[in-house]
Design a binder for this molecule. Structure first.
Ligand code: GLN
Length: 280
């Protein structure tokens, strides 16, 4: 397709407030062509493909996130399907998986992991994929999100190691039953959520983002429940907002976690807090 045509699409997305219009057009065109984004400049679109691209551009113009339009995202090398049923997996969440892997590896056998607020299932699926010894329980309060997580598990052939459970956090889960509790809960302050970019606020589930007035509505009960549900020596791993390091650190210490640590993301921002349950 001519460069001019791409530039026209780019201009439309730019006018619609898309922060990275060139990349968005490249990704959408690559999706239609079934090629890599930079290969689009060497390919010709058929009339049908051009009509299809036009439709996708129109959706992007309405502010729908590119990942939802394409319907999948790469997460630690796994192709995770995503749509408006769940939060789009973010690159910083890959680090949460990395952190679990740096503490619990294949030498722990077997490893019972619970991924709370699983959404697309990305965290639990990555752990199930990367740890042959892992059995993952994936919890969400949203049946829609869980259906998506299950679809992902089936497509990735991980469903034997990944069980979905509709539940409110860890309520009613047996004491001393997991080695790892990992979660990317909703942690955005309600006030901040209201002012998020429209492409996030108006398209991704509020349930997956809004953590209440101080962003702690789920983190506090989750930390308390995790202290009970983890086996002695087990680990809690939470993704947090860049400004929540200190308060979540205090919260984990207050419910008895040891070796509590704040971990930064690639941008140097506080992004995770982890702690261990005491050995009995
Ligand atoms: N990192 C996400 C965002 O900034 C928030 C994810 C969450 O609340 N768990 O949009």
């Amino acid at each position: 397709m001519s460069m001019q045509k791409f530039q026209k699409f780019e201009a439309r997305l730019e006018a619609a407030g898309n922060g990275n219009p060139k990349r968005s057009v490249e990704e959408l065109a690559a999706h239609v062509l079934g090629c890599k984004p930079l290969e689009i400049y060497f390919r010709e679109l058929t009339v049908e493909q051009e009509a299809e691209l036009e439709k996708l551009i129109a959706r992007a113009e309405q502010g729908e996130p590119i990942q939802y339009i394409i319907g999948r995202v790469d997460f630690r090398g796994l192709e995770i399907a995503c749509d408006s049923r769940a939060l789009i997996p973010r690159p910083e969440t890959e680090l949460l998986v990395e952190e679990v892997l740096s503490t619990f590896d294949t030498s722990h056998s077997p490893l019972a992991i619970v991924d709370v607020c699983t959404g697309t299932g990305c965290i639990g699926l990555a752990l199930a994929h990367e740890l042959p010894n892992a059995q993952v329980t994936a919890i969400d309060i949203s049946p829609e999100a869980l259906a998506l997580a299950q679809e992902n598990a089936d497509r990735l052939d991980l469903s034997e190691k990944f069980q979905c459970l509709e539940n409110n956090l860890l309520e009613g889960i047996e004491e001393n039953s997991f080695d790892v509790v990992v979660s990317n809960p909703p942690y955005i302050f309600s006030k901040v959520w209201k002012n998020l970019e429209p492409c996030v606020r108006d398209h991704e589930p509020q349930l997956a983002l809004d953590g209440g007035e101080r962003g702690m509505d789920l983190i506090v009960p989750l930390a308390e429940q995790a202290a009970r549900v983890l086996k002695p020596g087990g680990g809690l791993f939470l993704e947090i907002g860049y400004d929540q390091g200190e308060v979540v650190f205090q919260c984990l210490e207050a419910v008895g976690f040891q070796n509590v640590r704040i971990i930064k993301d690639y941008a140097g921002l506080d992004r995770m807090v982890a702690g261990s349950k005491a050995q009995s």
